[in-house]
Design a binder for this molecule. Structure first.
Ligand SMILES: [Zn+2]
Length: 405
């Protein structure tokens, strides 16, 4: 079997490691994750790596090199609920494939390669993201250990049950000397590569995102007796705002804005909505544009509320800036794409990745692989063997180019 075909089969194999029998659901520190580790660990060893699991639950494979420095490759093995086969695992398995090639050829590079299979990127079990990569980057928040899952189990207990020591998360931090950077292969999760007919793309940076919670407070009342001109309907104000969010995002290039959650109080058929709480998620690859757009959207919310005599409270949930990929790694990956015989396209990532957390530790670079229909976080996720072959070739070529630098 060819290496790209093996990669696809391995992604399919990992789909059997799941908490829910008819879906792919692989939470942090679960039996499903243990199942994934059994296979991935074996594949890492076959590729000539020493394998260990750290305290947070990352699986770490090391392929020694001739020099002092280390290049990190990786992605995550956890998933969302009812996930696809490729978001996360593809990056881990393509990295192992690139190392397998070196191992088969009896080659050592001037640097070691650490393949990192991160414990939790999606935050399904504890609602906190990048647990594995933050532990390695040294930015893990120890307060997270007290978080509980839906069954009331604390993260501390979950880590212990999985075989890690929650009191020694700090030991997971990178201590292995100078780093060349961190490279991650990931499905695009968007339609750009497919639309352009390209197998892979080089990521320029990961878009910043601002999240807010907005609370529109009007007055609840009887749906039959309060005349229309006397109402202060919080849902009508919120709805007007939702439409305006869409209109603003559609009229600004590369801006995306989403109201994904909306809670209506009291939420009864015969009561005028008195209060609506909604979420607002705003993303743009340019920080200045992101902040301008966010300010404008919040101003529109204030004006909409004011016009309808509705009280508005705005809470900032999170604000994160764009994380640029390192120019050195962007240009090396671009050269590798070109050497593999494909046009180079650079694109920003609208989704967050472990690379965001790793940027606190070292330079980051990412390669996106075309996925069918741009679909992700869905069982319909699909990649082709041909595109996987390109991804392996590009990553292998990138390692050669880095070895020459
Ligand atoms: Zn992912």
């Amino acid at each position: 079997m060819t290496l790209p075909r093996i990669v696809i089969e391995r992604c399919q194999h990992l789909a059997r490691c799941t908490k829910e029998p008819d879906a792919i659901t692989r939470p942090f520190a679960s039996e499903a994750m243990r199942c994934a580790h059994d296979s991935v660990g074996e594949w890492m060893r076959e590729a000539g790596m020493d394998v260990r699991r750290d305290n947070i639950g990352n699986l770490r494979g090391r392929f020694e090199g001739a020099g002092e420095t280390t290049l990190m490759l990786g992605s995550h093995l956890d998933s969302v609920r009812d996930a696809g086969k490729y978001d996360g695992p593809l990056g881990v398995i393509v990295a192992i494939a690139a190392v397998q090639r070196l191992h088969d050829a009896g080659k050592r590079l001037p640097f070691a390669i650490d393949v990192l299979a991160f414990a939790d990127e999606e935050g399904l079990r504890f609602g906190s993201t990048y647990l594995g990569s933050r532990a390695i980057a040294g930015t893990f928040d120890l307060a997270d250990l007290d978080r509980t899952d839906a069954g009331g189990i604390t993260m501390r207990e979950a880590i212990r049950a999985f075989g890690g020591d929650p009191d020694r998360i700090d030991d997971d931090r990178w201590h292995g000397g100078p780093l060349l950077g961190y490279l991650e292969v990931h499905i695009e999760q968007g339609p750009t590569l497919e639309a352009r007919g390209l197998p892979v793309g080089v990521v320029s940076g990961i878009s910043g995102q601002n999240r807010y919670e907005l609370d529109f407070k009007g007055q609840a009342g009887h749906a039959g007796t309060v005349p229309m001109d006397r109402r202060r309907d919080a849902l009508v104000a919120a709805s007007q705002f939702v439409l305006e969010v869409e209109a603003q995002a559609r009229s600004h290039e590369r801006l995306v804005a989403t109201v994904g959650h909306l809670a209506v109080q009291p939420g009864a058929t015969n009561v005028i909505p008195g209060e609506v709480t909604l979420s607002l998620d705003v993303r743009h690859a340019d920080d200045a544009e992101l902040h301008t757009a966010s300010r404008k959207l919040l101003e529109i919310a204030r004006q909409t509320a004011k016009d309808r005599a509705i009280a508005l409270k705005i809470k900032q949930v999170s604000e994160s800036s764009t994380v640029p990929c390192a120019p050195r790694l962007v240009s090396t990956l671009s050269a590798a794409v070109q050497d593999a015989g494909h046009p180079v396209v650079q694109l920003a990532s609208g989704a967050g990745h472990d690379a965001v957390a790793m940027s606190a530790l070292t330079d980051i670079g990412m390669l996106f692989v075309r996925c069918k229909g741009g679909i992700s976080h869905n069982p319909a996720e699909s990649v082709t063997t041909e595109d996987v072959a390109v991804a392996i070739n590009v990553l292998s070529r990138c390692l050669e180019l880095l070895a020459q630098q």
